[in-house]
Design a protein around this ligand. Structure first.
Ligand SMILES: Nc1ncnc2c1ncn2[C@@H]1O[C@H](COP(=O)(O)OP(=O)(O)O)[C@@H](O)[C@H]1O
Ligand SMILES: [Mg+2]
Length: 266
C-alpha cells in the first residue's frame, strides 16, 4: 500500500477552456496537459479541474450557486452538472489515450455541502485509488446542499479540502497567468508578480486579487486564494503556475525550478 502523501494538482478552467465563450474546450491544451501529467510519472497524484466555459455559464444562467429558489432550476442543476461531465470526459479521453491509469470520481455523487461548504465526502473510492496507483480525477461541480438544495462547489474549495483531509504534501495550481500579481495582469500588463508569499504576506495582498476574465461564479483569483488559505495554514505549500504554457505543469509536478508564485505558511 502506498503511504506517501499525495500531491494535488488543480487544472484551471481558464486553461482547458476559453472562459469568454460557452462550451469552448481548448483541446490542444487538454491533450498537452494530459501528456505532461503522464510524463511526470507521479505515484500519489490527485487531479481536480475547474468548470471554465462549461460549468460557469450554466451555473450563472440558472442561479445554481444561490441555491434552490424555484423548481424550474432543477433542470438547470442537472444541466450544469451534465456539462461538467462532458468537460471531464474530454480530459479523461486525453488521459486514458496517454495511458494514464485514471478514474473519474463524480464530485456531485460523493460530496454534499451545507451552506456552500463541504460537509460530507465519501473518500473510500479515492483512498482505494491511491492505494492502487490509480489517479483520481475530480472537478468543481453543481452539488447537493443540505440547507440550500443545491449550490456550486468550486474546484478550489475541493482542492483545499482534499489537501487538508488527505494531508497532502503540496498543491500545484495551474492557471492562465504566471502566478499572483500585484493586480490582474490581464488588465494591468505592468503589474509585478510575487515569486514567494508567506501566509502573512498573502493576507496583506488579498485585497489586490481580482475576479476572472469571462464567467466565473466562484470569484476568480480572489475566490481561489480565499479557499486555499486553510490549506496553507495547515502547512501545505501551494505553487501557482501558468498551465497554459508548455512544460510548466510537468516541471512543477517534478519539483523543478519553475516560474510562478510559491505560498508557504512561513
Ligand atoms: N492579482 C492577480 N494575479 C493573477 N491573476 C489575477 C489577479 N487578479 C485577477 N486575476 C485573474 O484571475 C484569473 C484566474 O482565476 P480564474 O479565471 O478563476 O481561474 P480558474 O479558471 O483556474 O478558476 C486570471 O486569468 C486573471 O485574469
Ligand atoms: Mg475560478
Amino acid at each position: 500500500m502506498s503511504e506517501a502523501k499525495p500531491t494535488i494538482l488543480k487544472i484551471g478552467g481558464s486553461v482547458i477552456t476559453d472562459k469568454t465563450g460557452e462550451l469552448t474546450p481548448k483541446t490542444e491544451d487538454i491533450n498537452r496537459i494530459a501528456e505532461e501529467i503522464k510524463r511526470a510519472d507521479m505515484e500519489n497524484l490527485i487531479v481536480v479541474h475547474g468548470g471554465g466555459s462549461f460549468g460557469h455559464p450554466f451555473a450563472a444562467k440558472y442561479g445554481i450557486k444561490e441555491g434552490l429558489k424555484d423548481p424550474s432550476q432543477k433542470t438547470g442543476f442537472a444541466e450544469t452538472h451534465h456539462v461538467m461531465t462532458v468537460l471531464n470526459g474530454l480530459l479523461m479521453d486525453a488521459l486514458v489515450w496517454h495511458e494514464l491509469p485514471a478514474l473519474s470520481i463524480t464530485t456531485s455523487t460523493c460530496v454534499m455541502t451545507e451552506n456552500g461548504r463541504i460537509k460530507f465526502f465519501e473518500d473510500a473510492i479515492m483512498r482505494k485509488c491511491m492505494e492502487m496507483g490509480i489517479t483520481p480525477i475530480m472537478y468543481g461541480d453543481a452539488v447537493l446542499d443540505d440547507k440550500m438544495g443545491f449550490t456550486v462547489l468550486s474546484g478550489d474549495q475541493l482542492v483545499a479540502y482534499l489537501a487538508v483531509k488527505l494531508k497532502a504534501r503540496r498543491i500545484v495550481i495551474g492557471v492562465d497567468t504566471d502566478g499572483i500579481y500585484e493586480a490582474d495582469p490581464k488588465t494591468n500588463p505592468e503589474a509585478k508578480r510575487y515569486m514567494h508569499l508567506t501566509l502573512e504576506e498573502l493576507k496583506k495582498v488579498q485585497s489586490k486579487l481580482g475576479k476572472a476574465q469571462g464567467t466565473d461564479v466562484t470569484g476568480g483569483m480572489a475566490g481561489k486564494i480565499a479557499e486555499l488559505i486553510p490549506a496553507v495554514e495547515a502547512g501545505i505549500p501551494v505553487k501557482i503556475v501558468n498551465a497554459s504554457r508548455g512544460q510548466r505543469i510537468l516541471r512543477a509536478l517534478t519539483e523543478q525550478q519553475i516560474e510562478g508564485t510559491l505560498i508557504e505558511k512561513a
